[in-house]
Write a new protein. Structure first.
Length: 618
């Protein structure tokens, strides 16, 4: 078995036939999970080149290939044991690229692309040998129709579709139609770069910067068994597998014992497959948990942002860097950080740490994890300092979420924040506190009490936040209202968010008629979705509350306040009942928001003032 990294140029420019065995599944890639992400990667590389920068190669994944015997002098043939989806998609993309070009003006690039999609071997005996890829039986007719078509219109006509059709309901032609449409739209001269420059950049992006790891089998390898292991048994070849193999091979070259190193440093990743191989995330971002870990660990180790689609490339770049150290040191780092990462998903003995991870999961901010890997490593066994640091990070994130500040710069911010952990461990909380408070820009500032108070009172959080994030805030307030005298600090989960004054208030909630009705209506609608008008209820009480009045004069037992007093045990609702016995209006919403902010300010404290500000206030 031989392993190498090849660019598209080296895969397709020579005469070679990649034959998909009959036992392979049909072509199954789709727009959301594969085509669009692939196109976005190619587009990003091309635009990086147009900006005069050197792009990072795009890692497409792996291809496992076997060499069947062929007659002497005949076309070189490879059996695609794994990777047929990738290579088939590349061929469809290249054909779509060809059809997006002007067939007269862009003849040079058409001929260049032709070399990547057609073989021209003098001893070929079968018509299909002119293709670079020959799919499994179920896909051959579709593939041949696309690769032999003169243009997009010919493809649409072949499937009985009109010229404006973007889909025919079959994966192979639909992939071609998606790419042709995307490439044609992108190639239009945008005024900043010419069409010719864009063609050249995209061609180079695909030909030179798209890479695959190619694993060549030899006569000692059982191709069918390897295919079954990679596919039927649910153990696909991941970037983490490539990293493992690279590390063990390198360690052997350094004179180490790969078998012992595997048992000591890596075996736990494979032994606990239900945890590490479980896929998490949604849509095209869904991937095995070990890939998520690898992304965070490499980001921390390299000090550079690592994209999910470039894990193996990022590892290879890091391994060549002077800070990487020998292979055994890298294996030890992955083992150590892997143990810490798995601990993030375990039951935490300290309840405050458990709450932090629960809230972080709800906020869905994965860019914090490289920093957390190092933090838990540095402060292992020091829960008091660990909790203090986590509370600063949580306050930073929640305050920014309430103030609707961007998360776009978090990748770089938390990579840089990890540098605060290199000094004296006893000073870590203070170092992180000061570093987070240092930001002044929209992408990195920690909102002070003035900014937070304004957003807390005025932002329509019901509209601006997802329900889980909004519940996070209300659950935190509920927990803060409970004290040492409460029977339980445990807040029920998965309650529903309820408006105290309902969204459709017109029937039971007349305007006060102190101003013009338009002004009153505008003010009321602006306050309906703010935090002061929101609470939590269980899913049975919520519908019963509906649009009822706060106090029902005709039936004193059926108003909203009466129902809360009778049924709800939440402190949020006890507070409503006790503080507002006779009415609930706009002034009460504002007043309650201010009181709730007192609790929020205790949970998510403000950053320290800039140097010298304390003296000014004094």
């Amino acid at each position: 078995m031989q392993v190498g990294t090849l660019a598209v140029q080296h895969l397709f420019e020579k005469d070679v036939l990649y034959l998909v065995p009959l036992y392979q599944r049909p072509y199954v890639w789709n727009e959301e999970d594969q085509w669009q992400p692939l196109w976005e990667d190619f587009r990003r590389i091309a635009e990086t080149m147009l900006a005069g920068k050197q792009p990072r190669a795009h890692f497409l994944g792996a291809s496992v290939q076997d060499r069947p015997p062929v007659p002497p002098g005949h076309i070189e043939t490879r059996l695609l044991i794994d990777g047929q989806q990738r290579l088939t998609t590349l061929q469809l993309f290249l054909k779509a690229f060809d059809h997006a070009l002007d067939h007269e003006q862009d003849d040079r690039y058409r001929r260049a692309i032709e070399k990547l999609v057609r073989n021209n071997h003098p001893l070929s005996t079968q018509a299909y040998e002119s293709f670079k890829v020959w799919p499994t039986n179920a896909d051959r007719a579709d593939f041949e129709a696309i690769m032999d078509a003169a243009d997009r219109a010919a493809v649409q006509k072949h499937y009985g579709k009109t010229r404006d059709a973007s889909s025919v309901g079959r994966n192979i032609p639909d992939a071609y139609l998606y790419f042709q449409r995307a490439v044609a739209a992108w190639l239009i001269d945008d005024g900043a770069t010419t069409r010719d420059a864009r063609i050249a950049a995209l061609y180079s992006a695909v030909r030179d910067n798209a890479r695959l790891v190619v694993i060549d089998l030899d006569e000692k390898d059982d191709a069918q068994l390897i295919f079954e292991t990679l596919n039927a048994r649910g153990t696909p070849l991941l970037a983490a597998d490539l990293v493992k193999n690279s590390l063990l091979n390198e360690l052997q070259k350094e004179g180490g014992n790969p078998e012992l190193a595997y048992q000591k440093y890596w075996q736990h990743f494979d032994a606990d497959a239900p945890f590490w191989r479980t896929e998490t995330g949604r849509g095209h971002a869904r991937r095995a948990r070990i890939e998520t870990f690898l992304q965070h660990a490499l980001t921390l180790l390299s000090g550079e942002e690592v994209a999910t689609g470039h894990l193996y490339t990022a590892y290879r770049d890091y391994a060549k860097s002077p800070n990487a150290g020998p292979a055994v040191a890298r294996l030890e780092s992955f083992r150590r950080y892997g143990r810490i990462f798995k601990g993030f998903y375990s039951d935490h003995t300290n309840p405050r740490i458990a709450v932090f991870f629960d809230r972080l999961s709800t906020m869905d901010i994965g860019t914090v994890y490289p920093f957390l890997l190092k933090l838990f490593d540095v402060l292992e066994g020091q829960d008091e300092k660990l909790i203090a640091t986590l509370e600063y990070v949580e306050s930073f994130l929640v305050r920014r979420m309430v103030c609707r500040l961007s998360t776009r710069g978090y990748n770089r911010l938390f990579v840089d924040l990890a540098l605060c952990l290199d000094g004296d461990a006893t000073q870590v909380p203070d170092s992180v506190h000061v570093a987070l408070a240092r930001g002044t820009a929209e992408f990195d500032r920690w909102p002070d009490d003035t900014e937070f108070a304004k957003a807390w009172a005025e932002n329509p959080l019901y509209e601006n936040l997802t329900r889980p994030r909004l519940r996070l805030i209300l659950e935190a307030l509920e927990s803060a209202m409970r004290n040492k005298f409460s029977e339980s600090k445990e807040v029920p989960k998965n309650l529903t968010v309820e408006h105290v004054m309902p969204q459709t208030w017109e029937e039971h909630w007349p305007l006060p008629n102190k101003e013009s009705s338009l002004a009153e209506k505008t003010r009321r609608n602006a306050l309906i979705h703010v935090i002061g008008n929101l609470t939590l209820l269980n899913d049975k009480l919520n519908p019963v509350q509906s649009n009822k009045a706060w106090i029902d004069a005709s039936d004193p037992e059926s108003g909203k306040r009466q129902a809360l007093a009778r049924y709800s045990v939440l402190y949020l609702n006890k507070d409503l009942v006790n503080q507002y016995p006779s009415k609930w209006d706009e002034d009460d919403i504002i007043e309650r928001a201010g009181r709730l902010r007192g609790y929020a300010g205790e949970i998510w404290r403000a950053p320290p003032p800039p140097s010298g500000k304390d003296e000014e206030r004094a």
